[in-house]
Design a protein around this ligand. Structure first.
Ligand code: DUC
Ligand code: ZN
Ligand code: ZN
Ligand code: ZN
Length: 455
């Protein structure tokens, strides 16, 4: 199949260019002025932006959390992703305690293979570090896994010494490690305190995980990374305090990549004081913060000190959230977001002049592609790249509502938010799969074996 996207405005991380894009089979064949039509199917995209397909490098599909499983699996999650303009997700394949990395990886392939509607790769989340796990690392690279994840909180948390060993080992192979930075031991202590005082409602959630809990963990993680002398990633940064810790390390020459998410930019801790059990929708970790924190994160994006915008999509239905009706610590943590990321970032970031169109492209396509070893196969519109393309209609106007979302959840964190702009067409490796908000064909996604990244 040959398509010629004619008359659009092609967005890259650096430029905005009036150009045609020729797609042949799975690949972008040519980008240029007035490409001859020949035998291609011509699509007039005058007045539209032409973005590389967006990449969401932080999703949790089909993940067991607090004795339940996320509402979105790879089938529903990747459908929601592609309709929202995301053509590739990198999900966290998770090694449960007692498992090998290979077992964790095999499990994730079973969950994702043949039922994904966008392309997908995996980070490997390591829950147990031992001599055998260490031996498995080179094999993970052969399997296309070049990034790893550690938690400093939850039951899967690892100790400082283990973080040190993991960083050393991954460094040997040129991979990169991203860490969920929160001080798990102190959180347990603060939770016990809240319960002793009789506080069992979601309003105790942010009190159990204050800003310093994130900032301290970041500082400790960066200390370890400095000892090992290796670049690292802080995932889902939520606080100004944490941002400042990272900037101090960066000023001293340390290479630290930062990811944040729309919820930390647009929502704040007032959500924990809603009537009834409403607040449970927003029980995520790290928690929502203050408006001042959000402002700091927007500024960090604007100044290119924050490198990627992902979702941490980890969805639970209201029924699942009810598990914590009498005890907020039993509310499964997480919220949906994979479907609405681009529209929200465009409307509340680009149109409000907080970031540019090119930055949107960098944060959601080019940078994650480079950082995670997908570039230039993905994350860019140039000859030879996968034809993963979002034709963005800047004129579309709508409203976010749970009633018409694809994500398998019965609420929307951004319910009632006005949206300007949406993906009018989405191509995945040359196939037109989304048109006018409708998914035309399911299960066309495939596993992407990643190379070592560099940004
Ligand atoms: N935070 C969440 O809210 N959910 C899943 C994992 C995480 O770190
Ligand atoms: Zn193998
Ligand atoms: Zn996390
Ligand atoms: Zn996460």
């Amino acid at each position: 199949m040959k398509y010629l996207l004619k008359g659009g405005t092609v967005i890259s991380g650096l430029d905005t260019l009036k150009a045609d894009v020729l797609i042949e089979d799975e690949i972008i064949k040519e980008v240029g002025k007035k490409i001859p039509e020949e035998d291609a199917t011509v699509i007039d995209v005058t007045g539209k932006y032409v973005f590389p397909g967006f990449i969401d490098a932080h999703t949790h599909f089909d993940l067991e959390v607090s004795g339940t499983v996320t509402a979105d699996n790879f089938n529903t999650g990747t459908k929601a992703a592609i309709v929202g303009g995301t053509t590739c997700v990198i999900d966290f394949a998770t090694q449960n305690k007692g498992e090998t990395l290979q077992e964790g990886l095999d499990n994730w392939h079973k969950k994702a293979d043949n039922r994904s509607s966008c392309d997908y790769g995996f980070h490997m989340a390591i829950s147990e570090w031992n001599p055998h796990t260490s031996e498995e690392v080179p094999h993970m690279f052969q399997e296309g896994i070049t990034s790893f994840k550690l938690y400093m909180t939850y039951s899967s948390r690892v100790r400082d010494g283990e973080i040190y060993e993991v960083l050393k080992r991954i460094k040997e192979y040129g991979g990169i490690v991203g860490v969920h930075c929160e001080n798990g031991e102190l959180i347990d202590q603060l939770i016990a305190e809240q319960k002793k005082e009789g506080n069992f409602s979601p309003s105790a959630h942010p009190v159990s995980r204050p800003s310093c809990i994130e900032a301290e963990a970041i500082n400790r993680f960066l200390t370890i990374a400095k000892l090992v002398d290796v670049p690292v990633i802080v995932v889902h940064l939520s606080t100004k305090e944490g941002f400042e810790v990272i900037q101090r390390a960066a000023e001293q020459g340390q290479k630290v990549y930062i990811e944040t998410c729309p919820q930390y930019l647009l929502l704040d801790e007032s959500k924990y004081y809603l009537p009834g059990f409403e607040s449970a929708k927003y029980v995520i970790s790290p928690p929502l913060r203050t408006k001042e924190d959000s402002q700091c994160l927007w500024k960090g994006l604007k100044e290119d000190k924050i490198h990627t915008l992902a979702t941490d999509h980890c969805s639970f239905t209201l029924k699942q959230k009810e598990m914590g009706k009498d005890d907020y610590t039993k509310i499964p943590n997480g919220m949906p977001g994979v479907e609405t990321r681009a529209a929200v970032v465009y409307t509340y970031g680009v149109l409000e002049d907080k970031i540019s169109l090119n930055q949107m492209c960098r944060l959601m396509a080019e940078n994650p592609a480079k950082l995670y070893g997908l570039y230039p196969k993905k994350g860019t519109i140039q000859a030879g790249s996968d034809a993963d393309i979002v034709v963005w209609d800047p004129e579309y106007q709508g409203k976010i509502t749970a009633a018409n979302q694809m994500q398998n959840v019965d609420y929307a964190p951004f319910e009632g938010y006005n949206i300007k702009g949406r993906p009018e067409k989405v191509f995945l490796r040359g196939q037109l799969l989304v048109e006018g908000g409708k998914l035309l064909k399911e299960n066309q996604g495939k596993y992407i074996s990643r190379k070592r990244g560099s940004l």
